[in-house]
Write a protein that binds this ligand. Structure first.
Ligand SMILES: [Ca+2]
Ligand SMILES: [Ca+2]
Length: 303
């Protein structure tokens, strides 16, 4: 089975490399924009490829300041450090990508609009389905694919932006449609009761992955399209600085981050922390995957 999953040579090389070898491979460690492609068995060439983006280590302010518009009380701001670089999916996992794992999966439909097209994000996957995909891919490749932690997710979403959205504060809620497929004027025509943005992104249902502008790390759909499972149990933040926080050791619900195709302005924020029962699949929640690599901050700063 391992032979049917072909990783690019550069991925294999990076997994074997120390920091000096990363330089030898021509990896630009300043931009965080390096990408690698994972070739999934049976994925049609017309389908969205599975691409992973290298995220550099660093520190950031996690959560939101008290004055942030639409802030919630569980967003206590604190410093968090991501001590090691990692790869994160450039896109959410799509239906076609997920079906290389579970061929019969369907993401269903909503009021006559399909949620199940090949290049739309996979939906109707509960937290266990998402982690099972990661375990399967890890077994097939010998690499460590997993869900991102909540801290990794927010760090990657912000991409050094401190405003409430990675493109800025957008206080009039009218710039979002350049960056994300969220609840917009097109969706309001279909579902008049929805709270929507003052702009038109052209999609009532989920869009094909990567249809909108990326953030400064080159990641798409971080605040729209599908909500995305993270590995953490939901819990309260500490005000203290954290290094590689993993969340509580137990809980009732798991974090889901990343905005959704039916999310209105209040929910499309980098610090927003919805959470849900891990055993229930829904029309709003999918995931993107992370890949563990071994370059630490000290390795990174040496070059
Ligand atoms: Ca929309
Ligand atoms: Ca998303």
């Amino acid at each position: 089975m391992k032979s049917i999953l072909i990783l690019t040579l550069i991925l294999f090389s990076i997994m074997q490399a120390d920091a000096q070898e990363l330089v030898d491979l021509g990896i630009n460690q300043d931009s965080g924009l390096e990408e690698i492609q994972i070739e999934l068995p049976g994925l049609d060439e017309s389908s969205t490829p599975m691409i992973m983006v290298l995220i550099p280590p660093g520190s950031f302010l996690m959560g939101s300041p008290r004055e942030e518009k639409d802030r919630r009380s569980d967003e206590t701001q604190h410093e968090a450090t991501i001590s090691r670089s990692f790869y994160l999916g450039k896109y959410e996992i799509t239906n076609a990508q997920y079906r290389t794992f579970r061929p019969t999966h369907t993401s269903q439909s909503k009021d006559g609009l399909s949620l199940n097209e090949d290049n739309q994000p996979v939906l109707y996957v509960n937290w266990y389905d998402a982690t099972d995909f990661c375990k399967w891919l890890s077994t097939e490749t010998g690499m460590e694919f997993r869900l991102p932690t909540e801290a990794e997710w927010e760090y990657a979403c912000r991409a050094n932006a401190t405003e409430r959205r990675y493109w800025g504060d957008d206080l009039n809620d009218d710039a979002a449609c350049l960056y994300e497929n969220a609840a917009d004027q097109t969706a309001k025509k279909k579902w008049p009761d929805w709270a929507v943005f003052n702009c038109d992104d052209g999609y009532a249902a989920p869009s094909p992955a990567g249809s909108f502008l990326p953030n400064n790390f080159g990641l798409h759909d971080m605040l729209g399209n599908a909500w995305e499972w993270c590995s953490d149990w939901y819990g309260s933040y500490s005000k203290e600085s954290q290094i590689d926080p993993q969340g509580p050791s137990a809980g009732e619900t798991r974090l889901m981050r990343g905005g959704g195709w039916f999310a209105g302005p209040r929910n499309v924020r980098s610090a927003r922390r919805p959470n849900f029962y891990p055993d229930i699949p829904t029309e709003g929640v999918g995931f993107r995957v992370a890949l563990t690599i071994s370059t630490s901050i000290s390795d990174w700063n040496q070059h």
